[in-house]
Write a protein that binds this ligand. Structure first.
Ligand SMILES: [Zn+2]
Ligand SMILES: [Zn+2]
Length: 598
């Protein structure tokens, strides 16, 4: 037989072998002047395995664990040798057809080693699955179903796992560089994409920060109250993932920007918040919550001096179980009282008295953790920041259920940057899809009105469904439960005392000239929605509609439409800050970045 190339030889011998029922091993060759003169292909059971080579090396050269390797070799002699002739074609030089073992039956031939390979289809399925945060085992199951049986997949689950593990090893060498190059590509597609990074003396990536155009637009609308959470698991390089989260007009958690930091020193956080400000043209949030991290606290005080800083109450409450003895931990009444004290108290005296009675009743006087949390109560107990605009949203911006499950999808100790990015990108698309769905519902459907009042109809046309539902709750409560007990006047201010059936009496001070009222329940300050008491007072004042002064832009269905000018302003600021990026631009194929490793 005559073959043009060695590939033809291999294909021929393998198809023969797989038809008969044995596996092929590619053997030695003899080379001269870059030409292979002889090449041997043999039965995979040829020879005997030596003890010392029982450990199999991966493609990367890394030894894989191979416990209990079964002996598959039995000294079989079957083989072919091809020789290159003067006409530059290969001819069979020697051949042994006989095997000293039985053949593999047809139903098992897809398991023959040389009959298996990870096909392009399998690779593409694996890639797509990892984008959707689905692991290799499940990817294999999907392939099995899609191809109609194991024999059609072309490889085993172990082959797919080995392929992925080899790929990760290859990626690891260029991971940080690929990540930074990916960020650069994003920016090339859309110049409003912002990123910055820093490398150390060994050119290792130690800090990276990014925000895409939508993140930046979201920040300009929803960046008043944000949460920065540095408590997520680190990645493969022990780098901290630090996401910035806010709340959108549908009361959903919204991703605003993120960073990876190699350490939690003050310097790193100073860099983080400086870069954060740079990305938004210097616009700082008015309230920021973080976990109890001293470095982050110091950096915020330095870089965001006008921003109110509070600790995330979820993080603190999450630690309670490990700080109390088991009998308390399992006591439902303790939790009921503690939650009521932390979340439900209406003034500081109320809080202090409830806290003290819990500490006494459960004998926690000697517990340092509780004493310290009490000492910093003004930094985390909601009752102490009722006056900070929108501080009521802290419950949502803090480590809420939805933000937590969103980030946990792509934060994993074993993940490389490249894997992280695949997962992150998909998860972000899903989050944005949820916002689009909510936008669509708010724009193209209408909630039922519960009163004939004009202000209800007015707000239905302005607020998103989610915010309107909160407003409607207040409106109905105003109708059903609020009774004006007394009115007094002092110059421009009219003072109303309002009682309700189940709650405390409230006082509303209403400015007669602009109809701006302040209520002692502070719901408007905390959530940006007029409370039942103000609504009732406005009706008494013969205001059919809610004055525009009470309507916060960030709760409107169309709130994002009015930010274009801010967006262009930010884009302009961004263009001013691009020297680092330009530096890499001039180096063509990112030769500088090539040295960025981890
Ligand atoms: Zn054989
Ligand atoms: Zn009120």
């Amino acid at each position: 037989m005559i073959f043009d190339t060695l590939t033809d030889v291999e294909t021929f011998y393998k198809s023969y072998a797989h038809e008969v029922g044995f596996s092929v091993r590619v053997g030695q060759h003899k080379k001269e002047n870059d030409e292979i003169l002889f090449k041997r292909y043999c039965c995979s059971r040829e020879g005997y395995r030596q003890e010392s080579v029982k450990k199999v090396s991966g493609e990367s050269g890394k030894k894989r664990k191979s416990p209990n390797v079964m002996e598959s070799r039995c000294g079989c002699q079957a083989h072919i040798v091809v020789k290159l002739d003067s006409d530059k074609k290969y001819r069979i030089y020697s051949m042994v057809e006989a095997h000293n073992h039985c053949f593999v039956s047809p139903d098992k031939r897809h398991l023959l080693r040389s009959n298996r390979n990870v096909s392009e289809r399998a690779k593409s399925t694996l890639f797509n699955c990892h984008k959707a945060s689905i692991g290799t085992s499940q990817a294999y199951r999907l392939l099995h179903v899609r191809e109609g049986g194991f024999e059609n997949v072309g490889c085993t689950k172990r082959d797919l796992q080995n392929y992925f593990s080899d790929l990760r090893t290859k990626i690891k060498d260029a991971d940080a560089q690929m990540f930074v190059a990916q960020l650069e590509r994003k920016k090339e597609v859309n110049p409003a994409f912002f990123y910055e990074f820093m490398v150390d003396e060994q050119r290792r990536l130690v800090r990276v920060f990014w925000a895409d155009a939508i993140c930046r637009k979201n920040y300009s609308v929803f960046g008043d109250v944000i949460s920065v959470d540095a408590t997520y698991t680190t990645n493969q390089y022990n780098m901290k993932f630090v996401p910035f989260t806010g709340v959108n007009h549908h009361l959903q958690s919204v991703f605003l920007r993120a960073a990876f930091l190699a350490d939690e020193k003050i310097d790193s956080y100073v860099w983080l918040f400086k870069t954060f400000l740079k990305a938004m043209g210097g616009v700082a949030p008015h309230l920021i919550t973080t976990d109890e991290d001293a470095s982050m606290m110091a950096a915020i005080a330095q870089i965001l001096p006008d921003t109110a800083h509070r600790f995330c109450m979820w993080h603190i409450m999450e630690k309670v179980p490990e700080k109390v003895r088991p009998s308390i931990r399992n006591d439902e009444q303790f939790w009921e009282r503690l939650n009521k004290c932390v979340w439900g108290t209406e003034n500081s005296d109320d809080f202090v008295s409830q806290w003290n009675s819990i500490i006494t009743d459960y004998e926690l006087m000697e517990n340092d953790w509780f004493s310290n949390r009490f000492a910093i109560r003004e930094s985390w107990i909601p009752v102490y920041f009722l006056d900070i605009p929108l501080a009521g949203m802290l419950r949502t911006t803090s480590r809420s259920e939805s933000a937590n499950s969103f980030f946990n999808r792509f934060i994993h100790r074993k993940l490389t940057f490249v894997e992280f990015w695949l997962r992150f990108d998909t998860a972000l698309e899903c989050q944005r899809q949820e916002e689009l769905k909510a936008d669509n519902a708010s724009l193209h459907s209408t909630p039922k009105l519960m009163t004939p009042w004009a202000m209800e109809k007015q707000c239905r046309g302005i607020y998103t469904h989610e915010v309107f539902s909160k407003f409607q709750e207040q409106l109905v409560a105003a109708r059903d439960h609020c009774i004006i007990q007394g009115i007094s006047e002092c110059e421009d201010i009219r003072c109303f005392t309002i009682s309700s059936l189940t709650r405390k009496d409230r006082v509303v001070h209403m400015n007669k000239s602009n109809m701006l009222g302040r209520c002692s329940c502070k719901l408007y300050e905390s959530y940006g929605i007029p409370c039942r008491h103000i609504i009732q007072v406005l009706r008494v004042e013969k205001q059919n509609e809610i004055p525009s002064i009470y309507i916060m832009k960030r709760w409107e269905t169309r709130c994002k439409r009015c930010v274009l000018y801010i967006f262009f302003l930010c884009l302009f600021c961004f263009l001013l800050y691009r020297p680092t990026i330009l530096l890499f631009r001039f180096t063509g194929n990112y030769s500088l970045m090539r040295k960025v490793t981890y």
